[in-house]
Design a protein around this ligand. Structure first.
Ligand SMILES: Nc1ncnc2c1ncn2[C@@H]1O[C@H](COP(=O)(O)OP(=O)(O)OP(=O)(O)O)[C@@H](O)[C@H]1O
Ligand code: SF4
Ligand SMILES: [Mg+2]
Length: 370
């Protein structure tokens, strides 16, 4: 890796106590639904994101996980200002950017970048790799020392691609290589925060680990903060110091990685960690910790009252239907571990290694790291 490209290390410590870079409070996005004839009017709303609180420290990597449709991408798009929030506040480096105009966003825009899930559709097939990577610099009027072209070659090298392939087109690269191009493009503006929306889920299992490794290198060596979006906990395990678990538009549990993995307090987190199918949810059996989550996520147009997880929760009681559990610290849990459940201690849910599924590529990655 080229020395010239290494960014300064973050000032704060890279853990939960890091200086806050991004903070979102009560972030909400409701997509209106229109119906009626002949005059269309608003008949409802998809409550995609509903009051999310989250922070990302300088240089910190935070994982955001949850099932399909729970609002992860919408959260990512709100943070990167690709979407306008319905309510709530986004603060970046101490500055309120919730409703910042294009002009007000200009100095910040280059510092927050996004990497998308699909490396095929996120690259313009008619542009060369060189053009794709250099265009953010040109749009933002950035002229690096040594010239734009030189910088693009350095970035290609940094992400593990041949700098001589500057003039090639995206179709000449494999899926993993295309995602590397996406990473190089995101790095071209020296970002401080990257929102990576399922950056490896469209890739072959065999190359997922390589791309995760590259992102981890970028995070650790360049001190770039990440919000890493994934739908399973296995992938963020390697990557994130802190994890936030989302369900139906809300964060239901957030905490340090070890605390979440070893001592999940929300039944949904525990279910995500647990993976053995066909086991009855019987508290009296040895296997009570093995949970198969049944049923689908309810519609975000009409989410359940009270706790949104109650229609799938084996611990639900009357209170769960009438009152929404706040996201709070549970006694006995470490600091920085918050859970939104009325009955977090009952029964105790201790995750075991056997409950955690690792896909083969990630298992290989773990071995590599030993
Ligand atoms: N532009 C939109 N208009 C209406 N509804 C939308 C829009 N974008 C997303 N939604 C809905 O908002 C909810 C959350 O979607 P989102 O894409 O954020 O979920 P996700 O957690 O990223 O899911 P996945 O894992 O499938 O990517 C879904 O019900 C989705 O259908
Ligand atoms: S509040 Fe009730 S329904 Fe919700 S997770 Fe806790 S026990 Fe289950
Ligand atoms: Mg998504």
């Amino acid at each position: 890796m080229s020395d010239k490209l290494t960014l300064p290390k973050p000032q704060g410590p890279v853990d939960g106590a890091a200086e806050t870079l991004l903070s979102v409070e009560g972030l909400t996005k409701h997509f209106p639904i229109y119906g009626g004839f002949p005059i269309k009017r608003k008949v409802g709303a998809v409550q995609a994101v509903d009051g999310v609180d989250l922070t990302v420290g300088v240089g910190e990597s935070v994982g955001l996980v949850g099932e399909s449709g729970c609002g992860k991408s919408t959260t990512g798009r709100l943070i990167t200002r690709l979407l306008e929030p319905t309510a709530g506040k986004v603060t970046y480096a101490g500055q309120d950017i919730t409703h910042a105009s294009r002009r007000q966003m200009a100095p910040v825009r280059s510092e927050i970048q996004m990497i998308f899930q699909d490396p095929y559709s996120s690259l313009n097939p008619r542009q060369t790799v060189g053009t794709i990577i250099k265009s953010p610099m040109e749009v933002n009027g950035i002229n690096p020392k040594g010239g734009v072209e030189n910088r693009v070659r350095e970035l290609l090298e940094l992400v593990g691609l041949n700098p001589e392939h500057y003039n090639r087109f995206p179709h000449e690269f494999s899926g993993g290589q295309r995602q590397r191009i996406g990473v190089a493009r995101a790095l071209s503006l020296n970002p401080k925060l990257i929102v990576a929306d399922e950056p490896v889920s469209a890739l072959d299992v065999s190359i997922q680990a390589q791309v995760v490794n590259l992102l981890q290198k970028v995070q650790e060596e360049m001190g770039i903060a990440f919000l890493f979006i994934a739908h399973d906990l296995a992938i963020v395990r390697h990557f994130s110091q802190r994890l936030a678990v989302m369900y139906l538009g809300k964060v239901v549990e957030v905490g340090d990685r070890d605390s979440i993995y070893n001592r999940p307090r929300h039944p949904y987190t525990h279910a995500l960690l647990s993976a053995v199918p066909e086991v009855a949810l019987d508290d009296e059996t040895e296997d009570r910790e093995r949970i198969r989550l049944s049923g689908d996520v309810p519609s975000p147009i009409h989410p359940p009252s009270g706790c949104r997880f109650r229609t799938r929760c084996w611990k639900a009681q009357d209170k769960c239907a009438t009152s929404e559990p706040p996201l709070v610290q549970i006694s006995g849990n470490r600091e920085n571990h918050l859970t939104a459940c009325h009955f977090p201690e009952d029964p105790t849910t201790e995750a075991r290694d056997a409950d955690i599924v690792l896909d083969p590529a990630l298992a290989a990655l773990e071995k590599e790291g030993e």
